[in-house]
Design a protein around this ligand. Structure first.
Ligand SMILES: Nc1ncnc2c1ncn2[C@@H]1O[C@H](COP(=O)(O)OP(=O)(O)OP(=O)(O)O)[C@@H](O)[C@H]1O
Length: 491
C-alpha cells in the first residue's frame, strides 16, 4: 500500500492522521557508517526517505461518521476562538499534554497550516500562569531553525479565567512517534541528524542561560524533511545565581508534584540538590540519545523513588560529595542504604537495552565517552553544550555549522522577570504580553512593518493600579547590573 498523501482523506473519514505512529524508511540503513563521508554519500537530508505512514485500520462507515461528528464537536468545544475565528479555522486535534491541547488549523488569509496550542484557564493558578508566561516569553523573540516558531498569540475569556492560544508553525510529527513507529531501530544517519539539531537548538538557549528543563522525545517535533524543532517551553527558565532562591522551592516541588518527566530528570532535580542549571538538559540529551539508539527508555522509572533506584541500579552510586549535598533526608537515606553496584559499563547498557543491536555504540570509544560525559551525576562535571558540540563523536558524525545567531538579550531579561512575579502580577503581565504580541502580529499580518515592539505596547498601557512596565524596567535595570553582558544592539 502506498503511503497516504498529506491531507488525503483517510479510510475513517477526516484528514489522514499524520500524527499516528510513524515509520522511518530504512532503505538507506547502513550499519557502522557514522562518518561525515558516509553522510555525504547519502541523499540530501531534505530528500531523505523519512516516510510518514498512517496506521489506522478501516472501520465501518456509519461508525466513522459518528466518530467524526464527535471529534468535530470536541474540536469546536476546545477551540472557541472568538474574534480569532476569522483568522484561523481549526481542522483536527493533534496532540495534548498535561497543560495544553494542540490542534491543526488553517490561517485563512494565507492558507498556511498552523498548530494552535490552547492553554486552558492559564490564569487560574500561579503554576499555570508562570508556565504560560515562560512559554510566551521564550518563544516571542526567538528565531532558530531548531526551535518551534511562534506566529501569533491571542486569548479568550474562559469560565475559569483566561484561555491563552499560541499559534505555531505546524510540524508533522514528534520524535517519540518516530522512535517507536518502526520495528527497526532508527537509522544511524537520522539519530545523528536529530542529535545534531537538538544540540544546536540547545546551544542557542544555553548560551543565553536558558534551560528547557522538560526535554523528552515528545517535545521534539520533526518534519518529513527531517527538521527537528524543540517545543514546549512551559518549564523553561533563566538559570543563573540570582534565581537560586526559587530553585530551593522548585526542588521540593519536583519531589512532590512530578513536574518534569521522570525518565529524563537529572539527578540534581531528583535528589534535591541545591543547584541546577542548563546541565539538566544535557542529562536529558543523554536519555534521548540512548532512547534513539535502543528504542527503549534508558531509565524508565515510574515514581520518584523508583527513578532514584533505577539510577542507582544502572549507574551505580553518586560520588560522596554529591550525596553530602543532598538536603532531603529521605532521599539521602535511600541512597546510602541502597546496595552498591559497580560503575556502569555504557557499552553493555546500550547493548542490553538495544537487545543486542546497537550498531552506533558497539566498539566506538568516542560514542561511549560522549554518553558517559552526559550521565555525570555531578552537574558541574557533566559535559556542557559547547563541550558536547566539540566532542570527537559529534565532530565525527555531524557536519560543523558556521557561527550561530545569538538569542536576543531581551529574552533573558524577560525570562528572569517571570520567576519573580506573584500570581496577580503574572496574570497582569501575561495579559500585557498577549495584548502587545497580538498587536505586533496583527500589524505584521496587515503588512505594517513599523509595528510596535512589546515595550512600546507595554508602556502605552498604564491604566489601573499596577504598572508592569515600571516593574519591568526596574527588573531590567537589576538584571543589567547582575549580568555583565553588554549587548546594546539587542536591548
Ligand atoms: N507546532 C506543533 N506542530 C505539531 N504538533 C505539535 C506542535 N506543538 C505541539 N504539538 C503536539 O502537541 C503535543 C502537546 O504539546 P505540548 O507538549 O506543547 O503540550 P504540554 O501540555 O505543554 O505537554 P507536556 O505534558 O509535555 O508538558 C506535543 O507532544 C506534540 O505532539
Amino acid at each position: 500500500m502506498s503511503p497516504p498523501q498529506e491531507n488525503q482523506r483517510s479510510p475513517v473519514g477526516g484528514y489522514h492522521n499524520r500524527y499516528s505512529p510513524q515509520v522511518i524508511n530504512n532503505t538507506q540503513y547502513s550499519k557502522n557508517k557514522g562518518s561525515i563521508e558516509a553522510m555525504a554519500s547519502r541523499k540530501p537530508f531534505g530528500e531523505a526517505n523519512l516516510n510518514i505512514q498512517g496506521s489506522m485500520p478501516a472501520k465501518k462507515e456509519g461508525f466513522n461518521r459518528v466518530l467524526d461528528g464527535l471529534k468535530k464537536r470536541q474540536l469546536q468545544h476546545d477551540f472557541k476562538l472568538e474574534r480569532a475565528a476569522e483568522t484561523y479555522e481549526p481542522i483536527q486535534n493533534i496532540g495534548s499534554g498535561a497543560f495544553g491541547i494542540v490542534c491543526e488549523a488553517v490561517e485563512t488569509s494565507s492558507d498556511d497550516k498552523v498548530a494552535i496550542k490552547k492553554v486552558a484557564h492559564a490564569s487560574a493558578t500561579p503554576t499555570l500562569a508562570r508556565r504560560t508566561l515562560r512559554e510566551i516569553r521564550v518563544l516571542r523573540y526567538i528565531d532558530h531553525p531548531n526551535i518551534v516558531t511562534l506566529r501569533d498569540i491571542f486569548r479568550t475569556q474562559g469560565p475559569l479565567g483566561i484561555d491563552v492560544f499560541l499559534v505555531m508553525d505546524l510540524m508533522q510529527n514528534n520524535l517519540h512517534h518516530i522512535i517507536y513507529g518502526n520495528e527497526e531501530p532508527l537509522d544511524e544517519y537520522y539519530i545523528n541528524q536529530f542529535l545534531g539539531q537538538l544540540l544546536r537548538g540547545l546551544e542557542y538557549l544555553h548560551v543565553a542561560s536558558i534551560a528547557h528543563r522538560d526535554l523528552k522525545p515528545s517535545n521534539l517535533l520533526v518534519n518529513q524533511d527531517g527538521t527537528l524543532r524543540i517545543a514546549d517551553f512551559g518549564m523553561a527558565k533563566f538559570t543563573d545565581n540570582s534565581s537560586k532562591k526559587h530553585d530551593d522551592e522548585e526542588h521540593c516541588y519536583y519531589m512532590t508534584q512530578h513536574v518534569a518527566t521522570l525518565p529524563y530528570r537529572a539527578p540534581e532535580l531528583l535528589f534535591v540538590l541545591p543547584e541546577h542549571s542548563t546541565a539538566v538538559d544535557m542529562w536529558a540529551v543523554g536519555c534521548i540519545f540512548g532512547e534513539m539508539v535502543t528504542r527503549n527508555e534508558l531509565l524508565p522509572g515510574r515514581s520518584v523513588q523508583g527513578q532514584i533506584k533505577m539510577l542507582l541500579t544502572m549507574l551505580g552510586h553518586p560520588p560522596q560529595h554529591v550525596i553530602d549535598e543532598i538536603r532531603c533526608d529521605r532521599t539521602k537515606k535511600l541512597i546510602q542504604d541502597f546496595v552498591r553496584k559497580a560503575d556502569p559499563d555504557w557499552e553493555d547498557i546500550m547493548y542490553c537495552k538495544a537487545r543486542g543491536d546497537d550498531q552506533i555504540v558497539r566498539g566506538h570509544c568516542d560514542t561511549i565517552d560522549f554518553v558517559k560525559q552526559l550521565f555525570q551525576y555531578d552537574a558541574t562535571k557533566r559535559i556542557s553544550i559547547q563541550e558536547a558540540l566539540a566532542h570527537s563523536y559529534i565532530r565525527r558524525v555531524i557536519e560543523p555549522q558556521g557561527s550561530q545567531k545569538k538569542c536576543p538579550f531581551r529574552v533573558k531579561k524577560d525570562m528572569m522577570q517571570v520567576e519573580d512575579l506573584s500570581h496577580q502580577e503574572l496574570i497582569e503581565i501575561m495579559k500585557q504580553d498577549v495584548r502587545s504580541a497580538e498587536n505586533t502580529y496583527n500589524e505584521m499580518r496587515s503588512g505594517d512593518s513599523t509595528g510596535s515592539t512589546s515595550s512600546d505596547s507595554l508602556s502605552a498601557d498604564t491604566s489601573g493600579e499596577y504598572h508592569p512596565m515600571e516593574q519591568h524596567e526596574k527588573i531590567m535595570e537589576d538584571v543589567a547590573t547582575q549580568i555583565s553582558i553588554c549587548e546594546p544592539s539587542s536591548l
